[in-house]
Design a protein around this ligand. Structure first.
Ligand code: PLP
Length: 326
């Protein structure tokens, strides 16, 4: 089993530095008071393309051979990875095709087209979109997956390096968890500095594929359902080769949240922190608000993205979302 090393993450940091935004790690006064220990927010909401996914996508693209660059890349994405790969590919002058399911919100589809990629709408699940993308690799395009790839994991891990640099005494990190590329990279970056750092993953109760897989001891499928944390939707892949094992070996705990708790996280980020944050990005904050994170501080929370439909965001912030959908 190939795992991602600290050295690979350090290489990734040097490689992607000219292409990504510097994101701040800011203290949260209200969350620190609430938890009784310092809480800091790593704001990947401020990352170019609106999520951390640009890190992994860029690290993978920059390692393609000349022939691979010439032929182009393809990915399957619930939105943010596709948007990131589209942006990074356009910058590098590489053809990019993004396959996605019909569940993906329209704002994300439009953003990917605007970034210059070709969008391929295929099926009702990420797995069906995957089949279409696989077909394109037979035509010579290189697949850049959203999480289960060493270069992608190393790219996401650069967030862990930045946290360690800015907050060397960090005791816990709270990280949104879907396919596990983000948390695997962050854990691989932080654990070599201090094996005592607690790494906590947060998913939604509705369709938590990694949690179900950890419980089963192997990758399993879960039904894909709509959730406020839409960027956490989708499976981990039955043939998962990297992220599942890394999460199993490096992550200390997984917390699951209800839709109401995720909504409260989005609301808190807007009212108290002044940040527009999408559901997936707000689950770390939501986990603290829910009282399910132990007070081992300082805590760093990865706030992973901001790409939420403006109308949906308004409904959530005004407290109308759950009453309308219940
Ligand atoms: C992709 C994504 C995640 C989850 O990352 P994984 O590597 O799949 O675990 C969390 N938040 C946002 C905003 C994302 O786009």
């Amino acid at each position: 089993m190939a795992t991602v090393t600290l050295a690979e993450i350090e290489d990734a940091a040097r490689r992607i530095a000219p292409h990504i935004a510097q994101t701040p790690l800011l203290p949260s006064v209200t969350l620190s008071e609430r938890l009784g220990v310092p809480v800091h927010l790593k704001l990947e909401t401020r990352q170019t393309t609106g999520s951390f996914k640009l890190r992994g996508a860029t690290n993978a693209l920059l390692q393609l051979t000349a022939d691979e660059r010439e032929a182009g890349v393809v990915c399957v994405s619930t939105g943010n990875h596709g948007r990131a790969l589209a942006h990074a590919s356009a910058e590098a002058g590489i053809r990019c095709v993004v396959a996605m399911s019909r569940l993906v919100p329209e704002n994300k589809v439009a953003a990917i087209r605007e970034a210059g990629a070709e969008v391929l709408i295929a099926g009702h699940s990420q797995d069906e979109a995957q089949h279409e993308a696989d077909r394109l690799t037979l035509e010579g395009l290189t697949m850049i997956p959203p999480f289960d790839h060493p270069d992608v994991i190393a790219g996401q891990g650069t967030i862990g390096l930045e946290i360690a640099e800015a907050l060397p005494e960090v005791a816990s990190v709270v990280v949104p968890l879907s396919g596990g590329g983000l948390i695997a990279g962050v854990a691989a970056a932080l654990k070599p500095f201090s094996s005592a750092v607690r790494v906590v993953g947060v998913s939604m109760t509705r369709g938590a594929a990694m949690q179900a897989s950890l419980a089963a001891g192997r990758p399993v499928e879960v039904e894909e359902v709509e959730t406020l944390a839409d960027s956490l939707g989708g499976g981990i892949g039955l043939a998962n080769a990297h992220s599942f094992a890394m999460v199993r070996d490096l992550v200390d705990e997984v917390v699951l949240l209800s839709e109401a708790e995720i909504a409260a996280g989005i609301r808190h980020c807007h009212r108290e922190e002044g940040e527009v944050v999408e559901g997936a990005g707000a689950v770390g904050v939501a986990a603290i608000l829910s009282g399910r994170i132990e007070a081992e501080g300082p805590v760093a929370v990865v706030v992973s993205g901001r790409n939420i439909d403006a109308h949906l965001h308004r409904r959530v912030v005004e407290g109308r979302y759950l009453t309308e959908t219940a």
